[in-house]
Ligand binder design. Structure first.
Ligand code: CTP
Ligand code: ZN
Length: 153
């Protein structure tokens, strides 16, 4: 079978693969990739054998994610595979774990939340539940899923 890549192979950098369809832009904002000035290529709604509903994919050239950055990805893509590429070869697959909490990155969807009125950083605890990750606002204690919170940009 002729296997072609929808997004070209890279020489050095990081490939975040098997992102559930629709989550790539959230991850780009969460990792602040637009500020890093490195070359980023993104595939959205690509076909995947593993993810029947399709996948997104992000390739970041000449950049290695810190483990804190890699762990943040699990909020939106627990099943993502994160590959370190050196000289066109996959040299490492980064193992991630859900962080306990994330400060400052999201805005609370609850318009009555104190974080929406006062200049305080948002603070969400993360909990893994059977049907996905839940984000619990430390201030208003409301619980949200990954598609409800907005990543601050
Ligand atoms: N990749 C890339 N540039 C390279 C090497 C690999 O962009 N020079 C990408 C591949 O296209 C793939 C990911 O990195 O999206 C992982 O590569 P590889 O481990 O070879 O893929 P798989 O065998 O499909 O591994 P897995 O099922 O763990 O994703
Ligand atoms: Zn809140």
């Amino acid at each position: 079978m002729n296997k072609t890549l929808s997004v070209s192979a890279i020489q050095n950098g990081t490939v975040i693969d098997h992102i559930p369809s629709g989550q790539a832009l959230r991850i780009i904002n969460l990792l602040r990739l637009l500020d890093k000035k490195c070359r980023v290529t993104v595939g959205i709604n690509l076909s995947s054998q593993r993810l029947k509903e399709g996948k997104d994919l992000i390739k970041i050239e000449n950049y290695t994610l810190s483990s804190a950055e890699a762990n943040k990805i699990t909020v939106f893509a627990p099943e993502a595979t994160i590959n370190v590429i050196k000289n066109f070869e996959v040299t490492e697959k980064i193992i991630t774990q859900l962080p306990e909490s994330i400060e400052g990155a999201f805005s609370c969807p609850n318009i009555a939340c104190i974080t929406r009125m006062e200049p305080v950083e948002s603070f969400f605890k993360l909990e893994e539940q059977g049907n996905g990750v839940k984000l619990v606002c430390h201030y208003c204690e409301k619980i949200f899923d990954r598609n409800q919170v907005q990543v601050k940009i």
